[in-house]
Write a protein that binds this ligand. Structure first.
Ligand SMILES: [Zn+2]
Length: 109
């Protein structure tokens, strides 16, 4: 079975570090997660300029910077306990939920 069917460990609000690509080494906060595509939108990571047509909300139109998101496999969770990018194991925390457990310091989050 491929790993892609597993539910993702990364959640909105997590701190993550980019481990490959042009933003390698940068950290940011997770803004959105799309479990289907396994793309994760991270604050300040993989930004691109986008031209906006004028709209009601933004009558001038213009250029805005948006985060395009990165593949979950390019990210590592940053443990809030040891402030280090780390692999995690899962600890059951209810019928359908689990906590992540840091493999370095055993912090559960
Ligand atoms: Zn840790």
């Amino acid at each position: 079975m491929s790993g892609s069917m597993r539910s993702m460990s990364i959640r909105k609000g997590d701190s993550v570090q980019v481990v490959t690509g042009k933003d390698k080494g940068k950290r940011g906060k997770v803004l959105r997660v799309d479990p289907k595509s396994r793309r994760v939108v991270v604050e300040g990571i993989n930004r691109a300029k986008k031209h906006m047509r004028p709209s009601k909300a933004n009558p001038q139109g213009g250029i805005v910077e948006i985060e395009l998101g990165v593949d979950a496999s390019n990210l590592m969770l940053v443990c809030p306990g040891c402030d280090t990018p780390t692999r995690v194991s899962r600890v059951r925390a209810g019928e359908r939920s689990f906590l992540r457990k840091c493999k370095r310091c055993d912090t559960q989050f």
